[in-house]
Design a binder for this molecule. Structure first.
Ligand code: GRF
Length: 217
């Protein structure tokens, strides 16, 4: 099997990057991480990538005159590394329409809420403030409007009595680490693809498989 070549964009810790690297160790997994790009030189995920022998690049947004030249540098790097699909994993930069268009249908993101609820930041605190009983995470194709692209997969977790934003975030993060590899595999195999602004699944099973609710912790 020819694995699809994945580039991962990060800004920090890189635990989702770690989950993707781990999943890709399975010879049967349809993708491999071949390039990691961080806009922050101090991102922990860079060391993680290098410890697995994966090229990890810093493209520091502060050293560019604006969004366009920064995004062009990111795009060039991904192409130079032969990347076919881009996975954003805690990448804290707003991307230009140009970069997003260049990777349309081939760029995905993970967001820590059940979209379309809680786009943007502080999702866990906002979910707690609203008193929702179910929260979770979403993997979606990236489109120009922030956290609004067509949804590939979601995982739900319960909100428990006594939860703090940190406790809830940890429960969601555990779900993220299961969901992201699963959703990326759907894209890598073509089982889920972007068509006419919607996600098309090859089979009914593929449409339903990524929705799960892990045991509460
Ligand atoms: C995750 O919660 C992800 O959903 C969000 O940013 C966080 C990144 O965490 N987009 P990590 O860097 O993958 O550990």
């Amino acid at each position: 099997m020819q694995k699809r070549r994945i580039g991962v964009l990060i800004s920090g810790r890189g635990s989702n990057l770690g989950a993707l690297i781990e999943a890709a160790r399975d010879p049967g997994y349809p993708a491999e991480v071949v390039s990691v790009v961080s806009n922050r030189p101090d991102a922990k995920g860079l060391e993680l990538a290098r410890s697995h022998g994966i090229p990890a690049h810093v493209i520091d947004h502060k050293t560019f005159a604006g969004r366009d030249p920064f995004d062009q540098a990111v795009d060039r790097r991904l192409r130079d590394d032969g990347v076919e699909i881009v996975a954003c994993a805690g990448f804290m930069r707003i991307m230009t329409d140009g970069l997003i268009a260049a990777w349309a249908g081939r760029m995905v993101n993970i967001h820590p809420s059940l979209l379309p609820l809680y786009r943007g930041l502080d999702t866990h605190a906002r979910a707690l403030a609203d008193g929702v009983r179910i929260h979770g995470c979403t993997v979606h194709f990236v489109t120009p409007e922030l956290d609004s692209g067509p949804i590939i997969a979601q995982a739900a977790v319960p909100v428990l009595t006594g939860d703090t934003p940190d406790r809830l975030a940890a429960r969601v993060l555990t779900a993220e680490h299961r969901l992201y590899p699963m959703a990326l595999a759907l894209v890598a195999t073509g089982a889920a693809r972007l068509e006419g602004g919607k996600v098309r699944f090859k089979t009914k099973e593929e449409a339903g498989a990524p929705l799960f609710s892990p045991q509460p912790r």
